[in-house]
Design a protein around this ligand. Structure first.
Ligand code: KIV
Length: 293
């Protein structure tokens, strides 16, 4: 598969083709995603929680994000990889934002960066995108500033919040983002925004009518012990029957596994990513059980 670029993403929106993306934070999972049909990989600062065991994303540093993202890049050379700017790496000034985004891009070889915030981050987004690094916006629930909003919660239940999300999306588009991710909003709000701006609008827990879907890979695999949000299905049981069938007739399993990696968890993770990609593209995900009403 050819590596996707930002023009492809815009074309996919214009042609009404949904985009699938998952988070990833290490080399081995990345190599399974590289062999899957998934479109995009996000090295989220959620890696601070699921890989490093922090209780939220606040402590994550630029150095940690570069280590995680470089590992993913090595495992997934053929995928478009987005590096997540951690808290404190961009808010202070446009200069600091460019400096850290440039470092991120050079040291980890990510294809784009993502940062949280709308209207208040316009200067930073402009500065980074004008320096030649594609920027993904992130609005709705923004975990890095969740302390200011009373913790992780669904955003957009009131008219004021809905208007703010729309204003944020329009401001980010004007500032030059290549796409916007909306997190944890009631079904319907994403679709309103996807119709109101030209850049692709993707969702994580933001309903069905957006241009693509992101989930935390660890949720699909059911391996994060602490919490799984309502909108994230575990897909392991969906792929296991095919996996077991595919290995049931292999005679020399040891030899087969050594040669193909297809005898174990690497293959299961690849199948889960493919299943997620299929469900997103067909519109099967998210169904009514996996959206906020
Ligand atoms: O860090 C991350 O994985 C993210 C998603 C939750 C959107 O930013």
């Amino acid at each position: 598969m050819q590596k996707i670029n930002v023009r492809d993403l815009q074309k996919m929106k214009d042609d009404n083709n949904k985009v699938s993306w998952l988070t990833c934070y290490d080399y081995s999972f990345a190599s399974a995603l590289n062999a899957s049909e998934l479109d995009l990989i996000l090295v989220g600062d959620s890696g601070g929680m699921v890989n490093l065991g922090y209780k939220n994303t606040n402590p994550v540093t630029m150095d940690e994000m570069i280590t995680l993202t470089s590992a993913v890049r090595r495992g997934a050379p053929d995928k478009f990889v987005i590096g997540d700017m951690p808290k404190g790496s961009y808010e202070v000034s446009a200069e600091k934002a460019i400096e850290n985004a440039m470092r991120f891009s050079k040291e980890s070889d990510c294809d784009a960066v993502k940062l949280e915030g709308g209207l208040h981050m316009v200067k930073q987004v402009k500065a980074i995108s004008q320096s030649g690094i594609p920027v993904f916006g992130h609005i709705g629930l923004t975990p890095q500033s969740s302390n200011s909003f009373g913790g992780y919660r669904i955003v957009g239940r009131t008219k004021n919040e809905q208007e703010k999300i729309l204003d944020d999306a329009k401001a980010l588009e004007q500032a030059g983002v290549v796409a916007i991710l909306i997190e944890a909003t009631p079904d319907g709000i994403g679709s309103e925004i996807a119709k109101s701006v030209d850049v692709p609008i993707y969702g994580i827990g933001a309903g069905a009518e957006v241009d693509g879907q992101l989930l935390i890979f660890h949720d699909l695999l059911g391996i994060y012990p602490t919490f799984r949000p309502k909108f994230a299905p575990c897909l392991v049981s969906k792929v296991l029957p095919d996996f077991l069938e595919s290995i049931s007739e292999i005679e020399d399993m040891k030899e087969f596994g050594r040669a193909t990696k297809k005898d174990g968890f690497w293959e299961i993770t690849r199948l889960v990513a493919n299943e997620f990609n299929r469900m997103v593209k067909s519109g099967e995900y998210p169904d009514s059980d996996h959206v906020y009403n």
